[in-house]
Design a protein around this ligand. Structure first.
Ligand code: NAI
Ligand code: MG
Length: 518
């Protein structure tokens, strides 16, 4: 079996890393034509101008060059989109449509994603910085599969009949049941690390449940959501069922969260903004689900194979340039094998071939933005100042584009910022441990609780650890593995609610108890 990491990283051929960073190949004519499109919003089934003519610049992270402009949705546009979503929810074809009708539309959309997979992967790569290869094996098929899986849920939502013991009226009998209804108009605010996949994670279950949506992609990466909007129209979703507003978080996003016409907000992004959203949504008592940051531990027990642990750790932290909410960013290795694992991981980090996403052979792309590059470099600097040592990387690349070298920090202390805070870049902090109680304490010593992984072939040790780790997902001998049928979300400051699987239907439905005196 080919190890997961071998699909993405060749790890070990360090000659490659000596090669200079290539320049970004010119995107295909189809992608260039799409990027030259007039900035427009998708409202009520039509591409419309924003009321103000403000636009937002979109950059290629591999070059730092502007590649497109998108509309900056203002308060009037938010009102229009909410009104369209409300009208589509309350009347017209959508509420009349059978669950099988919704299922068919979601499948049609997934087929369109598949048909346009190559273009979508290229667009995602140019806008986000990730490699086209990765977008084509993870992001795009993921989006397709999320729509397919959730399509099935449209016809499987059900309530229950219940028996009551209502007293007070002698001889009275009741027929009582619990119905599950769509929650209504939902605002979905997504981040820039997996732009298309995040849009799918949000839209697919909401549409399966019969909700109507206003999707706000991140200002850095709006392009694949706009392309998805075109495919949504092509699939034949009725007007107003999906609206797409490009805009900034503090304006467009905040206006959606505060809007009284929105019933629910689903958000993926920083814990900082998740808290702001949760507070703001309280005023209108919106339902809120939050998928937030993480600082996920990867725990390597003494029996683990060093090569496997090295490959696993490289995947866990360097996949998607470390811009992954579940990234294995705190590495805990048993003292017995710590030095060998760190030596192997540092060699692997040095061997990863950085480059632009469209260039064949690139293994890791730049970070998404200048801001993110600076944020990550500042964290590395703070680690250095607080006494951490750099075993690999630790700097940007002297080349245009927002590159940061894969970085391994050692000699770190639990209270350092680099250990406590989410860095969201290709930076891992490694610590040693000697016994299980110690590593459980260390792993849980975090405000976050999104993911964790345990590396061992000691079945009993793994099963003893799993219940003690405070995280929404625990992987064993793998990391970052997701499936539309696996509930996903966080303990503690990593969020509220579980997406995917049966659990996500709780987020997009309301229960209605019906009690009939018979
Ligand atoms: P962010 O949380 O500010 O942005 C995510 C989304 O929220 C974007 O669509 C943005 O426009 C929107 N947003 C921002 N402020 C908002 C507000 N007041 N009201 C409504 N929507 C708002 O994340 P940012 O600033 O891009 O990245 C900062 C850090 O957040 C990263 O370094 C990383 O640590 C974390 N992050 C975590 C993600 C995850 O998957 N859990 C994804 C992206 C960022
Ligand atoms: Mg922000």
């Amino acid at each position: 079996m080919e190890a997961y990491h071998e699909v993405l990283f060749s790890l070990g051929d360090s000659i490659m890393s000596a090669q200079p960073i290539a320049s970004q190949p010119v995107p295909s004519s189809a992608i260039r034509a799409f990027m030259a499109r007039k900035p427009r919003l998708l409202i009520n089934g039509e591409w419309v101008d924003a009321r103000s003519d403000k636009t937002i610049a979109v950059f290629d992270p591999a070059t730092g060059q502007e590649i497109a402009r998108v509309a900056d949705a203002g308060p009037e546009d938010v009102n229009r989109a909410v009104a369209a979503a409300r009208a589509a929810f309350e009347s017209g074809p959508w509420p009349e449509m059978s669950p099988a009708g919704r299922e068919a539309l979601l499948w049609k959309l997934s087929d369109l994603i598949e048909r346009h997979a190559a273009d979508l992967a290229e667009l995602e790569s140019v806008n986000n910085g990730k490699t086209r290869f990765m977008a084509s094996i993870i992001d795009v098929p993921g989006a397709r599969d999320w729509f397919r899986y959730m399509a099935g849920w449209a016809t499987k939502i059900e309530g229950s009949t219940i028996q009551t013991s209502i007293g007070g009226v002698p001889g009275a009998k009741f027929h009582t049941y619990v119905a599950r209804e769509p929650v209504g108009v939902v605002a979905q605010i997504v981040p820039w690390n997996f732009p298309l996949a995040m849009a799918a994670w949000k839209l697919a279950p909401a549409l399966a449940a019969g909700c109507t949506c206003i999707l706000k992609p991140a200002e850095q990466t709006p392009l694949s959501a706009l392309r998805l909007g075109e495919l949504i129209l092509e699939a034949g979703f009725p007007p107003g069922v999906v609206n797409i507003l490009t805009g900034f978080g503090e304006t467009t996003g905040a206006a959606l969260v505060a809007h009284p016409g929105v019933d629910k907000v689903a958000f993926t992004g920083s814990t900082e903004v998740g808290k702001i959203i949760n507070k703001s949504a309280t005023d209108t008592m919106k339902r809120v689900s939050l998928e937030l940051g993480g600082k996920s531990p990867m725990i390597v027990l003494p029996d683990a194979d060093v090569g496997t642990a090295v490959g696993g750790a490289a995947m866990a932290i360097f996949f998607n340039s470390g811009q992954v909410c579940t990234a294995g960013s705190r590495l805990y290795v048993h003292s017995k094998i710590f030095d060998s694992v760190i030596e192997g991981l540092s060699g692997a980090a040095n061997a990863i071939r950085l480059g632009p996403g469209l260039e064949q052979g690139t293994e890791m792309g730049p970070l998404v933005s200048k801001e993110q590059q600076e944020r990550v470099l500042n964290y590395i600097e703070s680690g250095r100042k607080e006494g951490a040592s750099i075993a690999a990387g630790g700097e940007a690349v002297a080349h245009p584009g927002y590159y940061v070298k894969p970085t391994v920090l050692v000699s770190v202390k639990p209270q350092m910022k680099v250990v406590r805070e989410e860095i969201f870049g290709p930076v891992v902090v490694a610590q040693r441990f000697d016994d299980l109680d110690e590593v459980v304490r260390a792993a849980n010593d975090s405000p976050y609780g999104l993911g964790a992984s345990i590396w061992t072939n000691n079945l009993s040790a793994a099963h003893r650890l799993i219940p003690r780790i405070k995280a929404g997902t625990v992987w064993v001998n793998c990391h970052n593995m997701l499936d539309p049928n696996m509930p996903f979300g966080g303990f503690k400051s990593s969020g509220i609610g579980r997406e995917h699987g049966r659990a996500v239907m709780d987020l997009y439905t309301e229960l209605k108890s019906v009690c009939i005196l018979i």
